[in-house]
Design a protein around this ligand. Structure first.
Ligand code: 5U1
Length: 699
């Protein structure tokens, strides 16, 4: 590819444009480095996007200004039929693996190095560098005149594949180096995927699969996902895969006698790479002799699960480059380095059964029961199959041999089945349509991946969540009934269902942890107070799926009476503004569960009460159909009060500004919502104008 930022003019192109493009390159590179490498952005994303768009516009108006090191070139080019071969000018060596995962593995390496160097026991410890062994894919990046010109996989060490287009999409990899970088520089390192990025990618994939998108799949682990993305023929797809990079070595470099850098230690070389903008892992350390290598291995092993990416071991390297040269290598592996492994995070085991567990929010999750297996440092007996589609896709059956993975604090999961080892044909897993805990109907809504139990108030698995929701400030409000207390009340079986709350007495409460008489009395008082509530708070407090606070208010206003809501057919529910087919169906399913109705009756019998009113269909409401966003501090009304006033007049209060917003009510210190309203041309009013609006409509 040719490019010329300073060459001949093409008509309308001005020198100002050229300077601006260069300035934008510099700014965007610097901000991307702060964001992706240093994790310390200096400008908001929106400002970065603005600069980026400006550069894109200039480049499309003057294509001659486009260069391969432009930040716009990270988006991925045309799909390839196949990768071209790249012959490595300096072979890409692999690394010897020490399979003894105990501390003795480090000792073996040090003993070998000392022997090769002819060091006696009385001579000082060898100076090493200790690094992490990333679980990714080795890559060589070639820079000429400071510009990334080629990226290649290791292949067989002599010849790899040209994956430049895909590698360009990795924002941590500099496209241009500072002026003090050598004329030719090959940087070697590992492309990997952070665990959180991997989880998010798989979540997106699961969503696509649930929506029936053809050809989509989930990835087995971050390493496979990273390797798949690097070897993806369509760079636009690679660009959507969130990859990261760490540098750990060099290939060809301009020699010192031709003006190239002169390093004496590996550590100094890594520091220089960092100064040129390459990400170098923060865990790189210098270590003296075997004792410090062992300590490093232990320390990194203990913090392995807290790292944001997978490692499969650590790497030790002799620090002095002169000693590295003296040690040389055997076949393709240097004698001056070793990878010291950790116990594997994937293992084989047998499936003993498949259960379905119900989570705190009613989600049903198929779980494989496994023959105990030591994986990722713990003994695993259960592994998630996520949901019905995943369970079907993996087709896990009793008796199967499966790959189980446990990495970090992520729940262990079944990665795949070894079909060739399936001995007998056990039946396929089918998701139950009833909750295994309470027997209520379990439903899977359109477009969703999970089945959910509909017995929210009755189901033992959802008890804690249901109580906390019911007691919430915006629901019936039981002051002082928080997480810890609910945990104790439910675990000690004092509260088995919501109505039990109103049967609590001093005797039961005083037996609880950290519950003095005063706190117990306060709680009983709060419970008594909560009995006087409103219909909308009560309906919201029932925790019906998709029925938020605003919908509960609409239902209360529209029907006026609980029985009318409970008995309303879908058609009648659909007449309520804010209620669409999903909400209507959810309400119907909830109140069709006899258990749920029973709990409602018991709560009424316990004295929970509210004022019932005449039905007030929405057509009569003055602010019907108007959406408000309230932001900043209003002079007189609290935000909650303003919200209540708007809602009482039939308006809706949303949390974020969009084109659909009718009014933004802005008080002092209103921030981004005000800015967005102005950008979208949404009407912005103050508290006085809101009060006028409410008064006008009240007439
Ligand atoms: N951190 C690190 N990983 N890693 C992998 N350094 C490192 N060095 C390697 C490899 C394959 O090879 C060199 C020792 C040639």
């Amino acid at each position: 590819m040719t490019f010329d930022l300073f060459g001949s003019d093409s008509g309308a192109l001005t020198s100002h444009d050229k300077k601006r493009v260069l300035a934008l390159h510099a700014q965007l590179h610097a901000h991307a480095y702060r964001y992706h490498v240093l994790d310390d952005p200096q400008i908001p994303d929106a400002e970065y996007d603005r600069l980026f768009s400006e550069l894109q516009a200039l480049e499309s108006a003057h294509p001659e200004l486009q260069s391969p090191d432009s930040p716009t070139q990270r988006v991925g080019g045309k799909p390839l039929a196949q990768f071209a071969s790249v012959r490595h000018r300096v072979p890409m060596l692999s690394i010897r693996t020490e399979t003894d995962t105990e501390a003795t593995g480090a000792q073996h390496f040090d003993t070998r190095v000392r022997k090769e160097l002819g060091l006696t026991a009385s001579e000082p410890p060898v100076d090493y560098v200790a690094e992490l062994k990333f679980d990714g894919l080795a890559i060589s990046l070639r820079y000429e005149a400071g510009v990334l010109v080629q990226a290649a996989t290791r292949g067989d060490g002599e010849t790899g594949e040209d994956v430049t287009q895909n590698i360009r999409t990795i924002r941590q990899i500099p496209l241009r180096l500072p002026a003090n970088a050598p004329a030719v520089l090959e940087v070697r390192g590992e492309v990997y995927m952070r665990r959180a990025d991997f989880e998010a990618l798989n979540e997106r994939q699961r969503g696509k699969i649930a929506q029936g998108v053809k050809g989509e799949k989930t990835f087995v682990n971050p390493r496979n996902a990273a390797a798949g993305a690097v070897r993806q023929l369509d760079p636009a797809i690679a660009a959507q895969r969130p990859l990261s990079f760490f540098a750990y070595g060099l290939g060809e470099v301009t020699p010192p006698d031709e003006g190239g850098p002169e390093f004496t230690t590996h550590f100094a070389m890594l520091q220089t790479l960092a100064s040129w903008g390459f990400p170098v892992a923060g865990q790189v350390e210098q270590a003296q002799g075997a004792t410090e290598l062992i300590a490093y291995h232990r320390r990194m092993g203990a913090s392995r699960d807290q790292l944001p990416f997978d490692i499969d071991g650590v790497v030790y390297k002799v620090n002095a480059l002169s000693l590295q040269r003296q040690l040389g290598f055997v076949t393709r592996e240097p004698r001056w380095a070793v990878a010291h492994k950790y116990p594997a995070q994937e293992q084989l085991t047998t499936v003993l059964g498949v259960d379905v567990q119900v989570g705190r929010t009613g989600k049903l999750t198929p779980v494989a029961k496994l023959a105990p297996v030591f994986v990722g440092g713990v003994t695993v007996t259960n592994a998630t199959l996520h949901n019905e589609d995943e369970a079907r896709r993996k087709d896990v059956r009793v008796g199967d041999t499966v790959v189980v993975r446990r990495a970090g604090d992520v729940i262990p999961e079944v990665v795949s089945v070894l079909l060739e080892k399936r001995v007998h044909d056990a039946p396929q897993f089918t998701m139950p349509h009833q909750c295994p805990v309470c027997g209520s109907v379990a439903v899977r809504e359109e477009g969703e991946a999970d089945y959910r139990c509909t017995g929210g108030l009755f189901c033992g698995a959802q008890r804690k969540e249901a109580i906390l929701h019911f007691a919430h400030r915006r629901a019936v409000e039981v002051d002082g009934l928080g997480d810890k207390l609910v945990e104790q009340l439910v675990d000690s079986n004092i509260v088995r269902a919501l109505p039990d709350l109103y049967k609590l007495g001093l005797v039961a409460l005083s037996g609880l942890d950290r519950m003095a008489d005063k706190s117990a009395n306060n709680l009983l008082e709060a419970l008594e107070k909560s009995k006087q509530t409103t219909l909308s708070r009560f309906v919201f407090g029932l925790g019906i799926r998709h029925v938020g606070e605003a919908t509960a208010k609409e239902l209360a206003r529209h029907f006026g009476k609980l029985d009318a809501i409970m008995d309303a057919p879908v058609d009648a529910l659909l007449e309520v503004s804010d209620v669409g087919p999903i909400v209507a169906k959810s309400l119907r399913t909830f109140f069709d569960q006899p258990h749920n109705r029973e709990v409602v009756e018991q709560l009424r019998a316990c004295g929970v009460t509210w004022q019932e009113t005449e039905p007030a269909p929405r057509a009569f409401m003055p602010l019907s159909g108007k959406t408000f966003v309230i932001t900043g501090t209003l002079p007189n009304l609290s935000r909650d009060e303003a919200k209540e006033r708007v809602e009482a007049a039939g308006g809706k209060v949303a949390g974020s500004v969009s084109k659909k917003t009718d009014y933004v009510v802005a008080g002092a210190d209103a921030g981004s919502k005000l800015v967005k309203a102005q950008a979208l041309g949404v009407a912005v009013i103050d508290e006085t104008a809101l009060l006028v609006l409410l008064a006008e409509h009240a007439n």
